[in-house]
Design a protein around this ligand. Structure first.
Ligand code: ATP
Ligand code: MG
Length: 289
């Protein structure tokens, strides 16, 4: 028997109202994540990645459906529960380096801040801040303010800030979007180390193929839905043993076929199905071709 998933989204819907218009940002997302996983979320601009992250982080409320993280039901939280959830259970790293850190505080003070808000004594939070900054390779930058740090260093401080209150979930929305590939590598390694050592569950939104290729699960989003999934299984030596591609089937049986497959076979509007003993065959509609 497998444990109850850490994150469960079922038919999750988010509608933004802008003036008289309704924008359906999420139109029925289904997703489960086990505790301790590190996964990437990929997909075209506007597919709903940030919307999903904001909901999982308790920054935005869903319109309908079901979403829970650990013991928290994010659809039914009170204001106060939401504040505590954000402070204790989740950490965030944003793409814009400036959004992650307070400019007038040193690296160490930035890392201490969430702990101070959570009521940790000064001595303890100083020690923990130093330890976290050492873990991200910045023990030589404790007193630097953000404007004296490179973009990559700022992002690593941001990871230390996000980990300050020992969250169980870390959300990173394009954390390497504004840095070069070497800095991206260091950011990814820092995230990976916290995933392995602290067991924190991590979701990274990324356009960076090299990052997406190094996590064990990549979820593809399209038009406000989770549509595909790539799962890499490793052998006991940590080498990739298999790479499997899946289409996500929602609760009423809908699945999205990858755009590239549809184009290659000229499938549009409708496809012919045949049920075989152990699979379903999908053919172009003969009448159309
Ligand atoms: N606050 C908002 N008000 C109105 N519409 C919004 C809001 N936030 C997002 N949207 C809309 O919801 C849809 C999904 O946006 P979202 O930001 O989640 O996409 P994304 O996958 O993160 O894209 P990108 O890769 O460009 O960051 C888009 O159509 C967007 O315009
Ligand atoms: Mg986004």
């Amino acid at each position: 028997m497998s444990a109850r998933p850490f994150i469960i989204c079922e038919n999750l819907v988010k509608i933004y109202k802008v003036a008289d218009l309704e924008v359906v940002a999420l139109q029925g997302v289904d997703l489960t994540v086990q505790r301790g996983e590190m996964l990437a979320l990929v997909g075209p601009s506007g597919s709903g990645k940030s919307t999903l992250m904001n909901i999982l982080g308790g920054l935005d409320t869903p319109t309908a459906g079901r979403v829970s993280v650990g013991d928290y039901n994010l659809l039914e939280m009170t204001r106060r529960e939401r504040v505590l959830y954000r402070r204790r259970e989740v950490g965030f790293v944003w793409q814009q380096t400036a959004r992650n850190l307070l400019p007038y505080l040193s690296a160490q003070e930035n890392v201490e801040l969430p702990m101070a808000l959570n009521g940790m004594p000064a001595q303890q939070r100083r020690q923990r801040a130093q330890m976290l900054l050492e873990q991200v390779g910045l023990s030589g930058r404790l007193r630097h303010r953000p404007d004296r740090l490179s973009g990559g260093e700022q992002q690593r401080v941001a990871i230390a800030v996000a980990m300050a209150n020992q969250p169980r979930l870390l959300l990173a929305d394009e954390p390497t979007g504004e840095v070069d590939s070497e800095a991206a590598e260091q950011i990814f390694s820092a995230l990976r180390a916290f995933n392995r050592e602290a067991g924190v569950t991590i979701i990274i939104v990324t356009h960076d193929v090299s990052i997406a290729s190094r996590v064990d699960r990549v979820i593809g989003m399209r038009d406000g839905r989770t549509s595909t999934e790539i799962v890499r299984r490793r052998d006991s030596a940590g080498q990739i043993a298999s790479v499997d591609e899946y289409a996500i089937v929602d609760r009423i049986g809908r699945l999205q076929l990858p755009q590239a497959y549809l184009e290659q076979l000229g499938i549009a509007e409708r496809a012919r199905l045949k049920l075989r003993e152990d699979h379903i065959a999908v053919y172009p509609d003969a009448q159309n071709s």
